[in-house]
Design a protein around this ligand. Structure first.
Ligand code: FMN
Length: 210
């Protein structure tokens, strides 16, 4: 079910089930799943170190910060993915933030499994050494987070991993202390299938009157 969202007809090649129709009930539109209402979401490319020293990369958008003390993020990984096997093996990963120029690589990395191919070679990924973990970073990304597994919760077809954030950094011209400079950097957000978004205009909320 989870994979089918990312790999679906006609945008993606191997959807498990045919799409269900959007249901309409008395003025309400119900998309085919609840999570469509929670997209687009920022995409990361998770790089893991797998058995035999092989590196693997997969895009993920079901990822979120969950704590500042300790610094931690959560990510849902389908247990059929090779990345799941690699995380179970090494308990570490790097989360590489791609920009809009990487959209084809990002999508492509999500359509094949590292179990079947060497994705690093197939997509010519330039890898480099991370600071705190053995898993490499993808050098062409615009930001990086290094993490080690703290916890795992099994939720249906996915494993929800909590990673302690051991280090994080970004290209100096792409961020300020408040995060992305959107005139200089365009992190990718995943809508559905082959559809991606970049961040739109800034809207400033009014100051709350006390
Ligand atoms: C933009 C995008 C986001 C994705 N997000 C996730 C995700 O959050 N979790 C997940 O398990 N799979 C996600 N997928 C699907 C995996 O990337 C895909 O199944 C991939 O081929 C798994 O590769 P692996 O077997 O080498 O680990 C996403 C795919 C795309 C294209």
């Amino acid at each position: 079910m989870f994979i089918s969202f990312f790999i679906k007809i006609p945008l993606c090649p191997k959807r498990a089930k045919p799409p269900t129709r959007v249901k309409m009930m008395s003025g309400i539109l119900r998309p085919r799943s609840f999570y469509y209402l929670l997209h687009p979401r920022p995409v990361v490319v998770i790089v893991t170190l797998c058995e035999g020293g092989k590196a693997n990369a997969m895009p993920a958008s079901w990822v979120t910060p969950v704590s500042e003390e300790p610094t931690a993020l959560a990510v849902a990984i389908d247990k059929e993915n090779y990345t799941f096997t690699c995380i179970e093996y090494s308990k570490e990963a790097t989360f590489n933030i791609p920009s809009q120029e990487h959209v084809n690589i990002v999508y492509g990395l999500g359509t094949v499994s590292g179990r079947a191919v060497d994705k690093v070679r197939m997509f010519n990924l330039r890898l480099g050494k991370a600071n705190k973990v053995a898993a490499p970073i993808w050098l062409d990304a615009i930001g990086w987070i290094e993490g080690r597994v703290m916890n795992r919760v099994d939720v249906g077809e996915t494993a929800l991993y909590i990673f302690e954030v051991l280090d994080y950094y970004a290209k100096p011209d792409a961020v300020s202390e408040w995060g992305w400079k959107f005139d200089k950097a365009s992190p990718l957000h995943h809508g559905s299938g082959r559809g991606f978004h970049t961040v739109g205009k800034l809207i400033l909320a009014s100051k709350t009157k006390q």
